[in-house]
Design a protein around this ligand. Structure first.
Ligand code: TRP
Length: 328
């Protein structure tokens, strides 16, 4: 079947993936494979803008790749690779940097946010982060980029850089990517408050055992106004209920929606039901993960093969780019 075009997306190597990663990104990456040629990249170079040491980088890359594969990324069809394995991206980044206005980079909200987060490490790479991201995207002649809402300005910026490049060199070699929003809902962590994330330790890892998962789910914060089991609760403000809506059968969701409001079901019972449904949903993922992990060097082979295929595309693009630029 002919595909609709090429998709590219990247994520930093954050190690074992959690429910927020799955619902916010991976699930969509998996689904897009049916319609598009997909290129998925673990952006280890971008990670260097914020990490102080590289000692966890290999393991985090490996664990993330393993989770993605177990979740349904199909490496025979799609390209899964590590950013630094295709060094052409660094060259393209340099050329693109010459058509990018510095002031625009430092004006970006994402950059300002990073300056607030790490004032002692405002490195040059951090400023150029969106330029490297643009290089990632255009190196593979990408049509569509699925990203979360926070990254949308970066894609808009990438389109601008592409226009500047094509205008300056009077060419059409680079393609302006379209953005596709992936975050349909914000996945809130077990604190019931902030977006689920590893840094806040409010996450539920996909690779936990069923028992560990249940334990984690039991820590979830429910409707804060509901003190006792005998108090009626409000599912509309309860994160556990939100998760039920994603994970549980409709009859169960309907039942909880009624019973919680009249104190017919308590929070512990509600959470245990969610844990059971979550564990059931994760069963195939866990089986696949265990199987892949038991095949020695499987993940490494996938990443090597992905890099080889990615590089073939990248080298062709760079040839066209250098020609367009009339480099000697
Ligand atoms: N900047 C993205 C993030 O922080 C990661 C990323 C790097 C990316 N290159 C990309 C995303 C290209 C989409 C396309 O999440």
């Amino acid at each position: 079947m002919a595909k609709k075009g090429r998709v590219f997306s990247g994520a930093r190597p954050t190690g074992r993936q959690h429910l927020g990663n799955y619902l916010g990104a991976i699930k969509n990456y998996v689904a897009m494979q049916d319609e598009y040629d997909c290129v998925y990249c673990i952006v280890d170079v971008h990670a260097l803008t914020t990490v102080e040491t590289t000692q966890d980088l290999k393991l985090n890359t490996f664990e993330m790749a393993l989770d993605w594969l177990a979740a349904g990324i199909r490496p025979e069809e799609s390209i899964l690779f590590v950013q630094s394995h295709v060094p052409e991206v660094m060259e393209l980044h340099t050329y693109l940097s010459m058509v990018t206005q510095f002031g625009k980079l430092t004006d970006l909200p994402t950059f300002k946010e990073k300056v607030r987060q790490q004032p002692e490490n405002v490195n040059y790479g951090l400023v150029g982060y969106p330029v490297l991201m643009t290089a990632d995207i255009v190196l593979y002649k990408t049509d569509v980029v699925p990203v979360g809402i926070d990254q949308a300005p970066h894609i808009e910026f990438a389109r601008e850089i592409v226009r500047s490049f094509n205008y300056r060199y009077n060419t059409k070699v680079l393609i302006e990517p379209q953005v596709k929003h992936t975050e349909v809902l914000k996945v809130v962590g077990i604190d019931g408050k902030d977006k689920m994330g590893k840094s806040l330790n409010n996450h539920i890892e996909l690779a936990l055992t069923p028992d560990e998962t249940t334990k984690r789910v039991r820590e979830m914060v429910t409707d804060p106004a509901r003190q006792r089991k005998t108090d009626p609760g409000n599912p509309d403000v309860c994160n556990v209920f939100t998760m039920h809506k994603i994970m549980s059968p409709q009859e169960e969701v309907d039942m909880i929606n009624v019973e919680c409001r009249r104190a017919g079901i308590g929070c512990v019972d509600c959470k245990l039901r969610f844990a059971a449904n979550l564990n059931k949903n994760l069963e195939p993922f866990r089986a696949k993960r265990a199987e892949l992990a038991s095949q020695e060097s499987y993940v490494q082979d996938v990443l090597n093969d992905g890099a080889r295929r990615a590089r073939t595309i990248a080298q062709q693009t760079m040839k066209e780019v250098r020609e367009a630029m009339q480099l000697p």
